[in-house]
Write a protein of this length. Structure first.
Length: 338
């Protein structure tokens, strides 16, 4: 389950993130370095795990409206979450930007907890009442700086977390093997799926995906059933794509959770980039089976030089992605079928 902290600048989102992730719950894993600020922590409450996302910076400067870039980043971050913690500043009162962001959040039809932060003592609690005008049912006066209201918040969050399913998964005997096709934009993910599905022995049907941009494709070959999860939608939506690209990692992680096998497609012509390493780390962290595919081999050099270059490319991939050394590395050209 993914939980996003959202709000305009300087309302205490990062302080609240640190308070939740650093106390009262156990941090299973913390991820740093995707942007200058810490982005997410894998957390646990009462044996139930979730990922807490700090969306610091998704709401930019301005008094009355979000810019197009900020809106795109905010929509993507929150749309990929299962629960939104909407943080406002109890000392400032309701701000026009709060109203703008509230309208955006309501359109997503997600569960929302409204956190009125900076309520440092009981005498300031009445300030939280005016935020009911934003139209959210669950309002929590909190103080990230002092931890006030955090225990109640954690209890509420726990109620949203799904219980662990202890029943034996007998359906696993008949369900298809889920294969996630992952990678950066334009690495050739969809082309690879299309190349695989050209096989005349395959029975193919498209199923609406579980995220806005994903498509699940059932595939049967020689009596074996597969479910390809096409993540073609993992891409930036803005020329200023840093924030949006960060939250594409969230989408990749949700896809990895569904998969039995992950296929990481890398553009061989461009080489391994930071985003490839991030996705590989998510696969390794989830302990999923993985195949690394160096695609677009047709773009590299002449046929006479390819064999030595292929060996070098595989060796380089193993060195760059050393932390997932159990994954075999294949070289392909989805375009030519090689």
């Amino acid at each position: 389950m993914n939980i996003a902290i959202a709000g305009r600048p300087n309302v205490g989102k990062s302080a609240l993130f640190n308070r939740i992730a650093g106390r009262r719950i156990a941090i299973v894993h913390g991820q740093a370095g995707i942007t200058r600020d810490r982005i997410f922590a894998k957390c646990e409450i009462g044996g139930k795990t979730f990922r807490l996302w700090d969306t610091g910076g998704i709401v930019g400067a301005g008094e009355t409206q979000l810019t197009d870039e900020v809106r795109a980043s905010a929509e993507l971050a929150m749309a990929e979450s299962d629960l939104i913690l909407f943080v406002v500043d109890g000392q400032d009162g309701v701000n026009p930007m709060d109203r703008e962001l509230a309208r955006l959040i309501r359109k997503l039809h997600k569960p929302v907890l409204l956190l009125v932060n900076k309520i440092d003592d009981s005498k300031h609690e009445p300030r939280a009442d005016e935020f009911s005008a934003l139209g959210f049912e669950d309002v929590f006066p909190t103080s990230a700086a002092h931890g006030r209201g955090v225990p109640e918040l954690l209890e509420k969050i726990e109620n949203f977390l799904p219980a662990a399913d202890l029943k034996p998964e007998t359906s696993n005997l008949t369900r298809p093997i889920a294969v996630a096709i992952l990678g950066r934009p334009n690495a050739g993910k969809s082309s690879l799926i299309n190349a695989l599905l050209r096989d005349r022995r395959a029975i193919v049907s498209e199923i609406p995906g579980t995220t806005r941009d994903a498509v699940d494709i059932e595939y049967e070959r020689e009596g074996k059933r597969f479910l390809f999860i096409d993540t073609a939608g993992i891409r930036a939506r803005s020329k200023h794509s840093s924030s949006v690209e960060v939250f594409s990692v969230m989408r990749a992680e949700k896809t990895i959770t569904r998969a039995d096998i992950c296929v990481l497609v890398i553009d061989a012509a461009e080489g391994i980039k930071a985003q490839d390493r991030r996705i590989a780390a998510l696969i390794q962290d989830a302990r999923k089976a993985c195949v690394i595919v160096l695609n677009k081999w047709d773009l590299l050099r002449t046929k006479r030089k390819q064999r030595q270059t292929m060996e070098d490319a595989i060796a380089n991939a193993r060195a760059e992605l050393f932390f997932i050394d159990y994954a075999p590395v294949l070289v392909t050209s989805a375009l030519t079928g090689e």
